[in-house]
Design a protein around this ligand. Structure first.
Ligand SMILES: O=P(O)(O)OC[C@H]1O[C@H](O[C@H]2O[C@H](CO)[C@@H](O)[C@H](O)[C@H]2O)[C@H](O)[C@@H](O)[C@@H]1O
Length: 256
């Protein structure tokens, strides 16, 4: 696999897709402690301008949380692993059926089965849930077992393992589909997609970006379908800055 340092995509030809946790935001002990550094937000804003708006975030986070984490930017989004999409015109695309009741029932059942396991966090979302064990790594097997047992009573969901987390999401929802959906319309259409992510949950988007004639960047170690690798998350802002500077030198406008 190629290392990333010599690949500086042309901002006029590429569409940029970023994962959030572990990619734009350094990983934190708890979900509510994560933040996107102001310098990264500034670089994203400039990149979005020189790329003609062809920049989106595709994340497991709820849409409303992404808007808070990315403010003052308001970007096209694939939220909750792509269950909810906000396109470049600001239109929201979400599953037609109201999942609130069944998500609440699943979360309540998990809450009861987890029984206040120390260090284990239950995160409720609109179309799924996440059970985190970053603060109790020794609970990993127990959490996975409980998730499998409870999920068997809720066939409306499928499990998705991630970094120190097991999530339950709707079937047919994945980041690859979100990327593909966004790529259908201007300003993404006609460009080559570049997906940057750090987790197994990003693999569907890596494969989709590759299949659509683009490429993909995996941050950190681990088996992956991504074609390029960046050693660590803290090297990402510098790489984005190089794309922005190269774009500015080639005459792409970074005036909003
Ligand atoms: O698709 P992503 O943007 O990578 O979101 C995936 C999940 O990220 C969050 O959990 C992860 O980040 C937390 C904060 O750094 C960390 O404490 C946790 O261990 C990670 O799994 C988020 O809470 C989930 O909702 C996202 O699905």
């Amino acid at each position: 696999m190629r290392a990333l340092q010599d690949f500086i995509p042309d901002s006029l030809a590429w569409a940029f897709f970023f994962d959030l946790d572990g990619t734009l935001a350094p990983l934190a002990e708890r979900p509510e402690q994560a933040s996107v550094p102001p310098a990264t937000l500034g670089m994203l804003e400039r990149l979005g301008c020189i790329a003609g708006g062809a920049l989106a975030v595709i994340s497991g986070r709820p849409l409303e949380t992404l808007d808070v984490l990315l403010q003052p930017l308001v970007l096209p989004l694939g939220a909750e692993h792509g269950a909810i999409i906000r396109d470049s015109s600001g239109n929201i695309h979400a599953p037609a059926n109201d999942a609130a009741g069944i998500v609440r029932a699943l979360a309540d059942a998990l809450d009861e089965s987890l029984g206040g396991m120390p260090g284990v966090l239950l995160e409720r979302k609109n179309f799924g849930i996440a059970v985190h064990y970053r603060q109790a790594p020794e609970a990993a097997d127990a959490v996975r077992g409980i998730m499998q047992t409870v999920r068997s009573r809720f066939p409306q969901f499928e499990l998705l393992p991630g970094k120190m987390v097991v999530e339950a999401k709707l079937p047919g929802v994945d980041k690859g589909r979100a990327l593909s959906y966004l790529m259908r319309d201007i300003p993404f259409a006609g460009r080559k997609p570049l997906m940057v992510g750090d987790d197994t949950t990003d693999e569907t988007a890596f494969r989709e970006a590759n299949a659509l004639g683009g490429t993909s960047v995996k941050i950190g170690p681990g088996a992956t379908s991504a074609r390029l690798r960046l050693a660590a998350q803290d090297a990402l802002p510098g790489w984005i800055e190089r794309i922005v500077e190269a774009g500015a030198m080639s005459g792409a406008s970074d005036n909003a």
